[in-house]
Design a protein around this ligand. Structure first.
Ligand code: NIG
Ligand code: FE
Length: 416
């Protein structure tokens, strides 16, 4: 048994395992001062004021391994609900090109961007991808993240998409970080289909989706719905086809230009619409009405020097918001969800409380895991982060640094 003792602030985020936190709920972290947590095997046994926990569990506490949390804060392990972590190569030269004025889309249309990473990933073996991705997951864990969603989408053929998804599956078994997988065959149009993109859409629908579903290697199905990539109609076909095979829709929506992505997310019943930098008024209203989660990725706006998603307006309209790194080698090469929290506050008008809700319980909802993780409540998985800060404001206040002190994953001390 683990006894996490007397945190200055225990951030529990209780009470939102069934539906995501919205509006004012996103500001309420259910903080317990001088709070303690008891962990039994891989689950949380009890959460409460230290004096209450000691009184109620005094017999077992004496034998527990004590982790002192005085002057520190304790939160649920952070959750990143949108990454592209299985890839080979890097794109620092494109970064320099963008610094000189080229746009992300220009680079992609000239065969770079996602296509460059696709070539490198196709040429890479399972073992190489496994090793490189494992290292990235190590960094996530050291930064307090205990669950990540990972998308395929640098394969763009059945063989290589499955290779990426198998890497994620194997790492889910081998690595401390839990991985939730998303098929994203529709990340870019394979250059082989440049003159007839609809044929590539057909291939995704007829060949890739059935095979991915049959091997039970992904839960979600994502599409890059963007001018010059997949149209809303193509995206709809792909997401509807996935639904026939039990794959839950997600969508890269309105990232570079307004394109009806938010509206489409609602129409196909997506669990989340991600990016939303240029979502329309109508799309925002529709998402709020249906409770579609907005997964915002301010690292991407930061790194592409674009305007940020209107998070304040979205939260005030009632959209449940989650935050993510979008970790990928092109548009957001960071593994720091703590930095994303800072951007959430300074660039998107979120409060520090909202950024914590957005990287814990709402992030869990965005990947369908809110019953198991995302809050500190008895019965939930013991995924716990301890930060070496006196109060939770420091997480987004002292920025660009890693405040992690200790990480517990499924009841095991993995970072200390
Ligand atoms: O979420 N927008 C499309 N996909 C990624 C970028 C992937 C890449 O550039 O390699 C994104 O921004
Ligand atoms: Fe993405």
């Amino acid at each position: 048994m683990l006894y996490i003792k007397k945190a200055a602030q225990l951030i529990t985020l209780q009470g939102h395992s069934d539906t995501p936190a919205i509006k004012e709920q996103m500001k309420n972290l259910y903080v317990i001062e001088n709070g303690s947590v008891l962990v039994q095997e891989n689950k949380i046994l009890a959460v409460g004021k230290d004096e209450d926990i000691r009184q109620q569990f005094h017999e077992v506490i004496d034998k527990a391994e004590v982790i002192k949390a005085e002057n520190k804060i304790v939160t649920p392990g952070l959750i990143d609900p949108h990454t592209h972590l299985v890839y080979a190569g890097s794109r620092e030269k494109e970064y320099v090109m963008r610094l000189q004025g080229k746009t992300y889309m220009d680079i992609m249309n000239e065969g770079g961007g996602i296509h460059a990473t696709t070539r490198a990933t196709q040429e890479s073996s399972f073992e190489q991808l496994y090793m490189e991705t494992a290292k990235r997951l190590d960094v996530f864990l050291l930064n307090g993240v205990t669950t990540v969603e990972i998308k395929s989408g640098y394969g763009l053929s059945l063989e290589h998409e499955l290779k990426q998804l198998k890497v994620a599956k194997q790492l889910n078994e081998d690595h401390a970080v839990d991985i939730v997988s998303t098929f994203m065959g529709a990340h870019a149009v394979s250059p082989m289909f440049k003159t007839n993109p609809d044929l590539f859409v057909d291939q995704i629908i007829q060949e890739m989706i059935p095979a991915v579903a049959e091997s039970r290697i992904a839960e979600f199905n994502d599409v890059f719905c963007e001018k010059g990539v997949f149209t809303p109609e193509q995206s709809r076909r792909i997401l509807e086809a996935g639904k026939q095979f039990g794959l839950i829709p997600k969508i890269h929506a309105d990232e570079i230009e307004p394109y009806g992505g938010a509206e489409l997310a609602v129409e196909v019943g997506a669990i989340s619409a991600d990016h939303l930098l240029n979502a329309s008024e109508r799309g925002i209203k529709m998402m709020a009405e249906k409770g579609v989660i907005g997964v915002l990725l301010p690292g991407t706006a930061f790194f592409l020097m674009a305007k940020f998603a209107p998070a304040r307006k979205m939260i005030d309209s009632g959209i449940p918001i989650a935050l993510s790194t979008d970790a990928n080698p092109g548009s957001s090469p960071t593994f720091s969800l703590q930095f994303i929290m800072n951007l959430g506050c300074l660039q998107m008008g979120m409060t520090p409380e909202e950024t914590i809700t957005a990287t814990t319980i709402n992030a869990a909802h965005a990947i369908g895991r809110a019953k198991e993780i995302g809050s500190l409540e008895p019965g939930k998985k013991a995924d716990i982060a301890i930060f070496n800060v006196p109060n939770y404001l420091f997480l987004s206040y002292q920025y660009g640094m890693n405040h992690i002190d200790t990480v517990i994953k499924s009841g095991v001390l993995v970072v200390k």
